[in-house]
Design a protein around this ligand. Structure first.
Ligand code: VOV
Length: 249
């Protein structure tokens, strides 16, 4: 059998995509809407307290296009906690005005393809822990898509030996690094958890950098030969204030 890359896992991730039922929202009375908004603002507060206590992280972004209206991206220590934030949101009055558009369950992952040989417990290394349990950036834009590495007869990632995969990942990493300061990536593994093998979540202050990075990577062997991609979701940051503005009728 081929050598599997070894992976380190951090916080569990839920990308919870919702659409707003504008007809129901607009026909609700003022009091009901005000209560729903108050409850929503409470949630924003709770999520930011969890983040301050470094027990997880949440980012809220609008989604452009018809696939969804917004995404709640939650990172939490356990699947139980993720499930609990999801359920708590479902119980809110505001959630009654939303429909479930898409969701993705995964866990923040680092592989050893490019890891140094430095011994010791990686979970004692604060740089590693910061990458596995990241506070989600609150950049102007998010881009999310799920992906696989191909398993065709001629191009099967999982049949390549470790050295070949490592070389390709090195080239991938070099392209990625040239976007330092422009795009921040959080790779989450979802084998056994969801329909694709990884979730790719990108953060940037200039949305065009998503296009440039993803396009450049298409020419890199690991993406050109082995990348298979799901639907892309892109949109702007929603703060408690801009969420409120979006919901004004
Ligand atoms: C912002 C840029 C950026 C940077 C710096 C970067 C670097 C790195 C490094 C160093 C490593 C390997 C070690 C680790 O950290 O795991 C990875 C790993 C990975 N990547 Fe990446 N990636 C980026 C960006 C980036 C993008 C845009 C994509 C989507 C590909 C595309 O064509 O649309 C991607 C995918 C992945 C995946 C699926 C993995 C896991 C593959 C596996 O088989 O295990 N990635 N990635």
């Amino acid at each position: 059998m081929n050598e599997a890359a070894s992976t380190l896992e951090g916080w569990y991730a839920l990308h919870d995509f919702r659409s707003i039922n504008w007809t129901a929202w607009k026909s609700a009375d003022d009091e009901e809407r005000a209560m729903a908004l108050d409850e929503l603002q409470e949630f924003f507060k709770e999520w930011s307290e969890v983040e301050s206590a470094k027990q997880g992280s949440t980012a809220v972004y609008g989604i452009v296009g018809q696939k969804a209206d917004f995404v709640l991206m939650h990172l939490r220590e356990t699947l139980e906690e993720l499930n609990a934030v999801e359920t708590a949101f479902n119980k809110t009055l505001f959630a009654r005005f939303t429909t479930k558009a898409y969701s993705y369950v995964s866990v923040v992952e680092l592989s050893n393809y490019l890891a140094g040989e430095g011994g010791g417990d990686p979970m004692e290394n604060p740089h590693v822990v910061a990458r596995l349990k990241p506070i989600l950036p609150k950049t102007k834009y998010i881009c999310f898509y799920p992906m696989n590495k191909k398993r065709d007869l001629s191009d099967n990632w999982y049949m390549l030996d470790m050295e070949e995969r490592r070389n390709m990942m090195r080239s991938h990493g070099l392209i990625g690094r040239s976007y330092a300061g422009k795009v921040k990536q959080i790779i989450t593994g979802s084998v056994g958890f969801d329909d694709w093998e990884w979730g790719v979540t990108l953060f940037a202050d200039d949305a065009l950098q998503f296009k440039k990075l993803v396009y450049e990577m298409r020419f890199d062997e690991v993406s050109a030969r082995f990348g298979e991609f799901g639907s892309f979701f892109v949109g702007p940051l929603l703060t408690p204030e801009s969420f409120d503005d979006m919901l004004k009728v």
